[in-house]
Design a binder for this molecule. Structure first.
Ligand code: PBG
Length: 325
């Protein structure tokens, strides 16, 4: 049947009907909100390249978590900015490290919350790389040991999910074994399985003070040109015991999200990263776009591509938009 019998606009005139036939929806249940925790008390430093996002001391992080939960955003991803760093990132393995303390404080005050701990060394090493340096590059197998120790310590502090973002080979298996040996066989692993070496992480590295002091991350993070390799990365992590997979960044990688979702039936998370957030904020500050519409279009497109869950700095704004509807 063709025009004039078929008129695709028929389903577009009535707003209720448009909602009824909508194929993709975004809910507050789909969102994870990332926050940055620093030392000190009553600290709330705005991150200049991420307007509206802050480095927060533990007390203020607790308050922000309460606000997030009150809006319906119940899943929080935690990043730490420690006072001291060392060559291997050992500081992150201490039960008294910044994120461990934040987890305990948040859990004490907010019961109805899910805390996801990012596991990586880059915020904790003096050189800003994601692991131990041997011969001028990150050594894979010795890094697995610090990642596993960091994971166990975070689980002990009360982390509900462990999320390794380092891109070492074999880290899911090694973290799984360490968690199980320490009695945390019920703690899921959300693997940053498909993580590209991306310019879109720029603002995050300001926020987390984690830019490498030499070189780049190309020997461990993926080449943006590849998607067959994304399948191999995901496959490997599934074999090693990942419970959930992630593709990161999101917007320039919607094809990768689609492909990973077609190939694996694990819950798929997409990370709408700092540079994607910064682009929206910069254009909105110039009044060049309708910010709220743009945010919702971005969320919808990430879900439409196949993501089940979105990590986004816009989470609280999205909740406000959805709660207003
Ligand atoms: C740590 C890590 C990074 C991000 C999340 N975890 C930075 C990096 O790999 O350099 C980026 C998040 C963002 O840009 O929002 N390895």
């Amino acid at each position: 049947m063709s025009f004039p019998k078929t008129r695709l606009r028929r389903l577009r005139y009535n707003p209720i009907l448009r909602d009824l036939v909508s194929e993709t929806s975004v809910s507050v249940n789909d969102l994870i909100y990332p926050i940055f925790i620093c030392e000190g008390e009553n600290i709330k430093n705005e991150i200049s390249s991420m307007p509206g996002q802050f480095q927060l001391s533990v007390d203020n992080a607790v308050e922000l978590c309460k606000t997030a939960v009150s809006k319906g955003v119940k899943s929080i991803l935690l990043f730490g900015i420690p006072a001291e760093k060392d060559e291997h990132g050992h500081v992150a393995c201490s039960d008294n490290s910044i994120v461990q303390r934040a987890i305990k404080a948040i859990k004490k005050e907010c019961l109805d919350i899910l805390l996801i701990a990012d596991v990586c060394n880059c915020e904790y090493t003096t050189h800003g790389h994601c692991g131990t340096i041997i011969d001028g590059d990150v050594d894979n197998d010795s890094t697995l040991e610090t990642l596993a120790a960091q994971s166990v310590s975070l689980a002990k502090a009360g982390a509900d999910i462990i999320a390794p973002s380092d891109m070492m080979d074999g880290r899911v298996a090694s973290i799984r074994t360490a968690l199980d040996n320490a009695g945390f066989e019920k703690t899921p692993i959300l693997s940053y399985a498909v993580k590209y070496s991306s310019a879109f992480y720029g603002p995050f590295r300001d926020a987390a003070d984690s830019a490498p002091t030499f070189g780049d991350r190309k020997t461990y993070q993926m080449n943006p040109a590849n998607t067959d390799e994304a399948i191999r990365e995901a496959e490997q992590d599934v074999w090693e015991g990942a419970d959930m997979l992630m593709v990161k960044p999101a917007l320039s990688y919607l094809d990768v999200i689609y492909r990973v979702k077609q190939n694996f039936d694990l819950p798929l998370v997409a990370y709408n990263v700092s540079g994607e957030y910064a682009m929206v904020k910069a254009t909105a500050a110039n009044n060049w776009i309708d910010e709220q519409r743009m945010i919702m279009e971005i969320m919808t497109s990430i879900k439409r591509a196949g993501a089940d869950i979105i990590i986004t700095y816009h989470a609280l704004e999205v909740a406000d938009i959805l709660n207003k509807k």
